[in-house]
Design a binder for this molecule. Structure first.
Ligand code: ARG
Length: 459
């Protein structure tokens, strides 16, 4: 089969080379973007008088036919045509004859592929912002449903201080908000048109890059033609943002796995989001959460993979850069799956408030508060810390909790204790005492939810 670039060659390409260098098996995912870019390019060729109107019409017609074939799954991609760009161009020429060969005037696959990638990621960035909003909405709904639910808060995975479960969920809303803002910020670097850079140096034809940008809805045009064809920062930035989202999801996954265990039993995940064991009939496994946690590894891998591909690459285009695609597509699919599953998994999660309460009642997470109590009565914090440390030790040795102690018992540790200590130690009191901006007090969390909802409306 003859190649679109065959003129300079006297031999057929070795078949193994063809297979090794072709990208059609994966870059066919860019088919829609490739057609879109070509339609804008050929329209510009007509407008600038580089091609006569009738040729432009024939090419546009042909491109739309190819688009139809692709959408109906009729286009047979071949390795001989290497990549999506040449598969489409070859099909076009087969359909409309030699005039189809005029499409590539003033263009190179180097600026073409970069344009396709920009078009592709621009769409994805917008979609992912939407997915993040849905997840935040699910979290906010659960937070509202659990505005009175108290749960142990942890540091070092040891019970630390009681918090509202809503406060814990809202921490994730904040994390995903940063992710969302990072994606939105990255948009301005995806929204730049490379087309018109040619192979690397520009083109001899009097093209109008800004006209193409306008047609494709790009906010800007690359300033430098070498940069236009060799820049893959925008992909790295996406992979990095995706990695961070997965990292957040994997932390949440880890908590879901812990919380749904019999040991914690804080939540029950809906049957629809769990799977069973082929041998142990009683099992209900949090597979989705586990897999999201696990797949975070491949998303990081895709980021480091492309970072490494680009390291030390001389300007401008090098074939190495074809390696930018599989990792990107894989990341898009992996992240899509994770976010699409997480929102309904959070929404349908049953919160075991009794069990959480029981946990709060059976720990010493109110210890900081009696230390603060003594401080308020004039004792220096360091001394108060020491006194309460001893009090807790006494409780542990006598198998009781702070609220089980009599006032006489309290007084053996400090004369400053009065009967109002029992009020101070109540979990509600402990939570509501943290009435600082961003703290876990009920009114603070209620306001945080209201602010988050306001932000979502504006996103
Ligand atoms: N399939 C190539 C890629 O994805 C397209 C650009 C090829 N350019 C070239 N000069 N061989 O990178």
């Amino acid at each position: 089969m003859s190649k679109l670039w065959g003129g300079r060659f006297t031999k057929q390409t070795d078949q193994l080379v063809e297979e090794y260098t072709a990208s059609i098996t994966f870059d066919k995912e860019l088919a829609e973007e490739d057609i879109q870019g070509s339609l804008a390019h050929v329209t510009m060729l007509g407008k600038c008088g580089i091609l006569p109107a009738e040729d432009v019409e024939k090419i546009k017609d042909g491109l739309l036919q190819v688009q139809g074939m692709i959408r109906r799954g009729e286009l047979e991609y071949t390795i001989q045509n290497e990549d999506i760009h040449m598969n489409i161009e070859k099909t076009l020429i087969d359909l409309i004859g030699p005039v189809g060969g005029k499409l590539h005037t003033g263009r190179s696959r180097n600026d073409q592929v970069a344009t396709d990638m920009h078009l592709y990621l621009r769409k994805r960035v917008v979609e992912f912002v939407g997915h993040l909003i849905k997840l935040q909405e699910a979290l906010i709904d659960q937070a509202k449903n659990n505005i009175d639910t108290i749960v142990p808060g942890y540091t070092h995975l040891q019970r630390a201080q009681p918090i509202l479960f809503a406060h814990h969920l809202m921490a994730y809303v904040s994390m995903f908000q940063r992710d969302l803002e990072r994606l939105q910020d990255s948009y301005k670097r995806v929204d730049i048109l490379p087309l018109g850079a040619g192979a690397l140096a520009g083109t001899t034809f009097p093209i109008d890059r800004h006209f193409v940008a306008e047609q494709l809805g790009f906010g800007r045009v690359y300033e430098n033609s070498l940069d236009a064809v060799s820049d893959r920062d925008f992909i790295l930035e996406f992979l990095s943002n995706a990695s961070m989202i997965m990292m957040h999801l994997s932390r949440f996954s880890e908590e879901m796995v812990l919380w749904s265990s019999t040991e914690f039993a804080f939540v029950e995940l809906d049957d629809a989001f769990c799977t069973g064991s082929s041998i142990m009939p009683q099992k209900k496994n949090p597979d989705v959460a586990e897999l999201v946690r696990g797949k975070t590894g491949r998303v990081y891998g895709n980021l480091f993979g492309l970072m490494t591909v680009l390291k030390s690459l001389p300007l401008a285009y090098n074939k190495d850069m074809q390696e930018d695609k599989e990792g990107m597509f894989d990341t898009v699919r992996t992240l899509q799956g994770a976010l699409q599953l997480f929102a309904p998994m959070v929404a349908t999660m049953k919160v075991n408030t009794d069990r959480m309460r029981q946990a709060v009642n059976q720990d010493f997470s109110n210890a900081t508060d009696i230390a603060d109590y003594l401080v308020n009565k004039g004792l220096p914090f360091r001394q108060a810390h020491e006194v309460i440390g001893k009090t807790v030790l006494h409780c542990i040795q006598n198998k009781k909790y702070l609220l089980d102690m009599s006032i006489e018992e309290f007084k053996t540790f400090s004369e400053l204790f009065e009967s109002d200590i029992y009020q101070v130690l109540q979990p509600e009191q402990v939570v509501n005492a943290r009435n600082v901006f961003g703290g876990t007090a009920s009114n603070q969390v209620t306001e945080a939810i209201a602010r988050a909802e306001q932000v979502l409306v504006q996103s």
